[in-house]
Design a protein around this ligand. Structure first.
Ligand code: CO
Length: 134
């Protein structure tokens, strides 16, 4: 069911330092910071030949990644995002296996203006999984 790895999201406590690391140390192609107030994050996109890295920094007091950074103050992998062809079919397949879909189970419009769902990390080897309809 899952297709391409769309992105790996890394929560970072210092967006400028993280951008320098990916641009200057690793030689990656990085974007300018993109504030996404609807998602409570500012994102720097690192474009790789086959996928993207998204450096996430909290935006606003109720940012959904603030708790993660409290537990992981130096930063860490926050989630991985796989593409699926049909988000509702993917959701139903996940539910049929007993995997927990976060929230109310309705796809939300994600950071790329496409429908997304998140799967419970305890059901996926400790990793928060995002599914995005390609
Ligand atoms: Co994501």
């Amino acid at each position: 069911m899952i297709g391409k790895l769309n992105h790996v999201a890394i929560a970072v406590p210092d967006l400028e330092a993280a951008t320098r690391l990916y641009r200057d140390t690793l030689g990656g192609t990085v974007s300018a910071p993109v504030p996404q107030p609807a998602h409570g994050v500012t994102v720097v996109f690192v474009t790789l030949p086959n996928t993207k890295i998204e450096l996430l920094h909290p935006l606003g007091e109720s940012s959904p990644i603030r708790g993660f950074l409290d537990k992981n103050p130096t930063g860490g992998v926050h989630h991985v995002c796989f593409e699926v062809e049909d988000i509702l079919a993917a959701r139903d397949q996940m539910k049929a296996t007993g995997a927990r879909v976060l929230g109310d189970g309705q796809p939300k419009i994600g950071a790329h203006d496409k429908p997304v769902l998140f799967l419970h990390p305890k059901d996926f080897l400790g990793t928060l999984v995002e599914l995005e309809q390609a």
